[in-house]
Design a protein around this ligand. Structure first.
Ligand code: AMP
Ligand code: TRP
Length: 341
């Protein structure tokens, strides 16, 4: 799987020292991607790959903190890879790989654990949420989750991390861990910064909570058109607009807010709502059709890729191989600084 020198898929391995600033992000293999993932993060993965040396990772080690079915994890990892490729990640312009294919992430995590006070991890909001969500499975991986996330980023010395706002606390913790390491062992890692899109928090179809698979309020952008229609038509709009003739308030209506990302005529659409020329159902129909049209090519590409799993495997293996020299060099530097060689 890994080789230090062989070019992967014809592309040269990444140099240990970046020639351009690096961007890194990770995404859980949770099966299908939803609109929140794309508007909040994946669009930025694609955009940043133009200017920066971009590395994107499907974080299967992280997924093990909640998913314990081996076949499901394998399948969902493949589905996430196909989704990212279909949504525009070009393996010739960025590096896409699976976290467990580069075991150095877990090794570096252990080293970073030794500079991370337990109290920082216990106060992490996502840890507290997980304890509530899965009280019978409060495994140690949940507590250490942010340290592995920090290792993912810093092993490649990435300085920018495209994520949704829900990752802000994790990113702050990564920065604290970097500062703690650099203080103890000398300047080694850059402090990574979160990079947000114009939609850092996409609300779900309930209009209240963040769109999330675990809440069940998603719009599955690569799903069948009928599924997307059903999900969009179920969206909660302006709850104070009771009668069809009541004026709407686009600023607080989630459907209207999402129109901003699917056409530049949203001001006109909003005016129709404000004057009650259009109703919420009209607005949902427009949004559903636009989402379906926008993602039609990606949906096709997704189906093609899923029909050719060896193509996906090849891209992921080549990605992990390309990263070997950087991961090896960082581990050597860190071990030297920590007195392990
Ligand atoms: P996850 O599926 O939790 O691994 O999330 C993958 C990426 O999508 C992360 O960068 C998240 O911050 C981002 N993301 C997930 N849900 C949303 C949402 N509802 N709004 C904005 N960004 C999101
Ligand atoms: N915790 C992130 C999420 O749930 C996934 C993740 C793992 C990540 N490692 C990362 C994100 C490194 C950015 C950088 O979405």
């Amino acid at each position: 799987m890994t080789s230090d020198v062989a070019p992967a898929n014809g592309r040269a391995p990444l140099a240990a020292n970046p020639s351009r600033p690096r961007t890194f992000s990770g995404i859980q293999p949770s099966g299908v991607v939803h609109l929140g993932n794309d508007l909040g993060a994946i669009r930025n993965y694609v955009a940043l790959a133009d200017q920066y040396e971009a590395i994107y990772c499907i974080v299967d080690y992280h997924a093990l903190t909640s998913t314990h079915d081996a076949d499901a994890l394998r399948q969902q990892t493949r589905e996430m890879a196909a989704s990212l490729l279909a949504l525009g990640l070009d393996p010739d312009r960025c590096t896409l790989f699976v976290q467990s294919h580069r075991p150095e992430h877990a090794e570096l995590m252990w080293l970073l654990c030794t500079v991370t006070p337990v109290s920082w991890l216990e106060r992490t909001p996502t840890y507290k949420e997980k304890v509530q969500q899965q009280p019978d499975d409060v495994n140690h991986g949940l507590l250490t989750y942010p340290v592995l996330q920090a290792a993912d980023i810093v092993i490649y010395k990435a300085s920018m991390v495209p994520v949704g706002r829900d990752q802000a606390a994790h990113l702050e913790l990564s920065r604290e861990i970097v500062r703690a390491f650099n203080r103890r062992y000398g300047e080694t890692f850059p402090e990574p910064k979160a990079v947000y899109t114009e939609a850092p928090v996409v609300l779900g179809t309930d209009g209240v909570r963040k769109m999330s698979k675990s809440v069940g309020n998603t719009i599955d952008i690569l799903g069948e058109p009928d599924l997307v229609r059903k999900q969009v038509m179920s969206m909660v709009t302006d709850t104070q607009r009771i009668k069809r003739t009541d004026p709407g308030r686009p600023e607080i209506c989630n459907v209207c807010q999402l129109q901003r990302f699917f056409g530049d005529d949203y001001e006109d659409l909003w005016e129709g709502e404000r004057t009650a020329r259009t109703g919420c159902v009209d607005m949902k129909k427009v949004l559903a059709e636009r989402i379906i049209r926008h993602y039609a090519p990606a949906r096709e590409r997704y189906a093609e890729l899923m029909a050719h799993p060896t193509e996906i495997e090849g891209i992921l293996e080549a990605g992990a191989d390309r990263l070997a020299p950087v991961a090896t060099a960082t581990m050597a530097e860190v071990k030297e600084k920590m007195g392990l060689r």
